[in-house]
Design a protein around this ligand. Structure first.
Ligand code: RUQ
Ligand code: CUA
Length: 662
């Protein structure tokens, strides 16, 4: 025990030393002059030109997903996913609130980690991005037509949904694996009795080919280890999924020591095709549960929550031959599969060497029953029978690996702050490059596919220190762009990111550009309060609710004068943007409304509520500078005392909307 504490202590000291000495090293290797000039040229996207790639970078603790261009590093958009976003009214408007519903109630924040783009035949296809939420386990699907979150599904029997949301090569499944083992199902029990009594759920969500809708097809009730990361097999290993584990010790306290006892943990290899077959033949048990499935309807512009009451649970012992453990160097973090599907790489963050397993050897070992005992009934394959080899002393603290099409892996090293390029076949380091500092994930566009688009590599760093102008105690989070087309890694650019950039997914821009949506068709607007023209606008009282059916168009609201509202009323603004032009949203906000503005896209209807507390004449206005007369885009609501008899009336320039034509 003592020696372990000591070695962890040393490990941390080394880490601190390396991080703190990095700046001077950087200064010695100044980036000025001709080289910097070349790098500048490589990232320069001239005014009016477009980037060649999209990068979708997770916001980590911001809960969102940010869209950048490569190579420029320019930020285009923050897509709200798991957190409320007042800028876009997401999670504030009545239509989007159900997106954030969970079995714990309305949860306004999430921790987003791993975006992954849908695939067809082993290549990213630009239809959807999936991203996991770690804290209140969920997976979201974002449309790459609208760049909006269309679906969020909660994952029951799970906690810390970290080994997620990776997609198989034909988008058959997206997975969710629990990082924290928990009682399954949840129940009241002493924490100290965790060992053998907690479980780790690995969930397989089927993706509908047409709509992208997710459905939890089955959950595998695994031993109570921590399932950290995962990647699908591809090519020859398609049909398998690999999950790294740590805390195979099943410790429940002082984890930094107690979960680092075993010299090896496992990569769990799951033959999902076999389990799929078992389930198709009636296998598995339906277990009662309760979770939210939130879907966005693009016709009604409204999200709804469906409550799911059961989940199909598969016990490993009931599907012999479907699950194996591959011993892997100490507490692996990343679990990555190369583009051919042959090599499975365990990034053992506490080990001196990286483990490279061979899929071919794994199959042979299974055939030969080359096992080394079992864990909870799951066979452990003999290390030598599955291991292709070790990458010895590549650096300190390996976390994640991505690949190019030329047989190379690129691994991040958190402690030694570098990206290392190595050849998988000969297990030899080819090049290494410092990053600033303490890199976590890295991304090569199409990196989780059979066809990486391997010109650029983005390193996502945890610490920035002296790289940017200081902004108080916290410096911005940051990514660094490398050119990997040559033999050596070339650092091109630093650019700041939103929140903590956990992971990213990249894709060539031309796979998306042609299909992004420009407007929502007003004709097809099926929102219950949607209207097609100003003539249909109205204000209706229902008890103490007042429903305003309003329109907006350059440069006025209709109606823009409303009377008859009383203190104690709940006022609903159902607002339709009548524009049918690209890039002409309007906004609306009301003085004192306890919610955000709405930002409404052309053809859309969106709702916010306002509960006036004071009598008076209160203005509302457009919040998005939409036209030369944007400042004139405004109106008034008259609020009378409770019990007053001012009748409901509403006008646009003295006319009563709806009566103009008569
Ligand atoms: S983690 S820095 Cu959430 Cu993917 Cu590895
Ligand atoms: Cu509409 Cu400003």
């Amino acid at each position: 025990m003592k020696t372990i504490i000591k070695s962890i202590f040393l490990f941390v000291i080394t880490a601190t030393f390396l991080v703190s000495c990095a700046p001077s090293e950087k200064k010695g290797k100044s980036n000025k002059g001709v080289i910097a000039g070349n790098a500048a040229e490589k990232v320069y996207v001239a005014p009016g030109e477009l980037d060649s790639h999209y990068a979708f970078i997770s916001g980590g603790f911001s809960g969102q997903l940010a869209v950048y261009g490569l190579p420029s590093g320019r930020l285009f958009r923050v897509i709200p996913v798991f957190s409320q976003d007042p800028e876009k009214g997401y999670g504030y408007s009545e239509e989007t609130k159900p997106m954030l519903m969970t079995s714990h109630g309305f949860v306004p924040w999430g921790d987003s980690h791993h975006p992954d783009i849908s695939q067809t035949k082993g290549s990213v296809d630009g239809r959807w991005v999936f991203i996991n939420e770690n804290n209140t386990p969920r997976i979201a699907r974002i449309s790459l037509e609208t760049f909006e979150t269309e679906e969020i599904i909660e994952i029951p029997n799970s906690a810390g949904n970290h080994s997620s949301s990776f997609v198989t090569e034909n988008s058959e499944y997206v997975v969710a694996g629990t990082r924290f083992s928990v009682p399954f199902p949840q129940r009241d029990m002493p924490i100290s009795e965790m060992k053998g009594n907690f479980s780790g759920a690995l969930s397989f969500l089927k993706i509908d080919e047409e709509t992208g809708h997710m459905n939890i097809e089955f959950q595998i009730k695994m031993p109570g280890f921590n399932y950290d990361l995962s990647h699908p097999g591809r090519g020859k290993s398609h049909g398998w999924f690999f999950f790294s584990t740590y805390n195979t010790e099943e410790a429940n306290s002082l984890m930094e020591v107690n979960a680092s006892q075993n010299d090896k943990d496992f990569i769990a290899a799951i033959n999902w095709k076999k389990i799929e077959e078992y389930v198709a033949n009636g296998g598995g048990k339906k277990m009662p549960t309760n979770y939210a499935h939130n879907t966005w309807d693009d016709d009604t512009h409204t999200a709804t929550t469906e409550w799911k009451k059961e989940v199909l649970v598969v016990e490993p012992k009931d599907v012999p031959g479907a699950i194996y453990f591959l011993p892997t160097a100490k507490s692996p973090h990343g679990c990555d599969v190369d583009p051919t599907g042959e090599y499975i790489i365990g990034n053992g963050k506490l080990a001196a060497a990286m483990t490279v397993h061979s899929f071919t050897k794994m199959q042979k070992a299974i055939e030969d029953k080359a096992f080394d005992g079992e864990a909870y009934g799951i066979p452990i394959i003999k290390f030598d029978a599955v291991n292709y080899g070790m990458l010895e002393n590549p650096g300190l603290g390996p976390l994640h690996t991505e690949f190019d099409t030329r047989g190379n892996g690129y691994t991040t090293f958190f402690i030694s702050s570098e990206v290392v390029k190595w050849n998988i076949k000969d297990l030899k380091v080819i090049d290494r490059h410092k990053v600033y500092y303490s890199v976590g994930h890295l991304m090569i566009p199409g990196g989780n596919s059979r066809t990486p688009d391997d010109k650029y590599l983005v390193a996502m760093n945890k610490i920035t220190k002296d790289r940017y102008l200081p902004t108080g105690p916290e410096v911005c989070q940051s990514a660094q762009l490398f050119d990997i087309s040559g033999e050596k890694l070339e650092l091109l650019l630093d650019f700041p990111t939103i929140g903590e950039p956990h992971y990213a997914a990249g894709i060539a821009a031309d796979k998306i550009i042609g299909k992004t949506k420009k407007i929502f068709s007003l004709k097809e607007n099926k929102h219950p309060y949607g209207v097609k023209s100003e003539a249909e606008t109205k204000v209706v009282r229902k008890g103490n609710e007042v429903h305003i059916t309003m329109t907006m168009i350059r440069s006025h609201f209709s109606p823009d004068n409303i009377e008859g509202v009383k203190v104690g009323d709940k006022v609903f603004f159902h607002v339709t943007n009548l524009e049918q032009d690209y890039d002409v949203p309007h906004g609306i906000s009301m003085i004192g409304a306890n919610t955000s503005e709405l930002l409404i896209m052309p053809g859309r209807t969106t709702t916010f509520t306002w509960e006036p507390k004071e009598v008076g004449v209160w203005p509302f206005y457009c919040t998005d500078f939409c036209s030369a007369l944007h400042q004139e885009m405004q109106g008034y609501v008259r609020v009378s005392p409770k019990g007053s008899n001012v009748p409901i009336s509403y006008t646009l320039d003295g006319d009563i909307p709806g009566e103009e034509e008569e």
